[in-house]
Design a protein around this ligand. Structure first.
Ligand code: SF4
Length: 341
């Protein structure tokens, strides 16, 4: 299950180790000679959210290992969203609540009675309740849908990777791809959890996250011999305090995908420019969020070369091929777009 609104950048690092090349089951760096560190060239939706909130935070979070001895999730935000997502995927695959809850149990990283997350209603037992309540959507607005199948497997956690050139890649994962049992219309599903009491469609309607899913749909549509021109995306959002699901549904067009691809290239150009200027801008408006200061607060004013170790010791996290089975180049996607017009 992908990141929820509470999650931070997905490429936080775990420890200083001498850099080693990718294993045979990992994607290689296509531009090992690039002066820009690999970690700054691997993009994702959550990574771009960080970049757009504060470029300095993007740079430092990808080059400085996080302190793994420190509990950075004392409110249980990360565990909760992941566990709820895992349970819902299992529920969609098997339609069996026992299996869904067992999956949630297997992936819960804390003891079941831990009161971490109690204040924000994000304990394991709250996750169980969220999964159980998902049936209100599953047998309500989603009743006419079933999971699509890709390469003989249920279409959950489908990872894709786009080679943007100059060693930059964008990676994404689709929570689940549904297909209508009668009309054969695709419906990507992206689960979210939030501590907000009020959710508004404006929080999700123009999110770029779902636009990339059209690429996954293209691949699945070919395999399933289904034709489509546009698709809707559905965001089931679980409000943890009210303990209820709200679903938002938005149409996505092929035109929006073309603009999204162009925007990715602009993002690449920005990162290249910051790296060339050796200046990732600081955005003071982002220093305090989710009730805590940024982990670089009070250090990010120092020169980066005083904060960041020798690049050869910065751990590189190569993508596993099995996590991102769908691989495209930017040119392929542009050509596919032109073919549709
Ligand atoms: S403390 Fe503020 S300016 Fe510094 S990296 Fe974090 S968000 Fe950016």
């Amino acid at each position: 299950m992908s990141t929820n609104l509470m999650m931070d950048d997905d490429t936080e690092l775990e420890g200083l180790q001498p850099q080693v090349g990718p294993a045979s089951d990992e994607y290689a760096d296509t531009a090992p000679e690039s002066p820009i560190h690999y970690n700054l060239r691997t993009m994702s939706y959550s990574g771009l959210q960080t970049l757009l909130s504060c470029e300095k935070k993007y740079e430092l979070s990808r080059l400085i290992p996080a302190d793994t001895t420190e509990d950075n999730d004392e409110n249980g935000h990360l565990d909760f969203g992941t566990i709820v997502g895992n349970g819902i995927q299992e529920l969609l695959i098997h339609g069996d609540m026992d299996k869904a809850l067992f999956q949630a149990f297997l992936t819960w990283p804390d003891n079941l009675e831990s009161d971490r997350g109690l204040k924000s209603a994000k304990t394991f037992w709250h996750a169980v309740q969220a999964i159980e309540k998902f049936t209100e959507l599953m047998y309500g607005p989603l009743d006419g849908y079933e999971l699509a199948v890709f390469n003989g497997k249920p279409a959950v956690e489908l990872g894709f990777r786009i080679d943007l050139g100059s060693g930059f890649v964008y990676r994404g994962k689709l929570d689940a791809l549904l297909i209508h049992k009668v009309t054969r219309e695709f419906l990507p599903l992206e689960c979210k959890t939030t501590g907000w009491n009020v959710v508004h469609e404006a929080q999700y309607a123009n999110s770029a996250q779902a636009i990339g899913y059209g690429i996954v749909i293209d691949a699945v549509a070919v395999g399933m011999a289904v034709e489509y021109n546009s698709y809707d995306v559905i965001y089931p959002v679980y409000k943890t305090k009210a303990q209820e699901w709200t679903a938002f549904r938005f149409p996505k067009s092929n035109t929006s995908r073309a603009k999204w691809l162009e925007t990715l290239i602009l993002d690449v150009m920005h990162i290249q420019q910051y790296a060339e200027w050796k200046l990732f801008p600081m955005r003071g408006g982002s220093c305090f969020s989710y009730n805590k200061p940024c982990r670089f607060f009070s250090t990010c004013t120092m020169a980066t070369n005083l904060l960041v170790s020798d690049p050869k010791y910065i751990k590189v996290r190569y993508d596993k091929k099995e996590d991102y089975p769908l691989e495209f180049t930017f040119e392929e996607l542009v050509q596919a777009q032109l073919d549709k017009e």
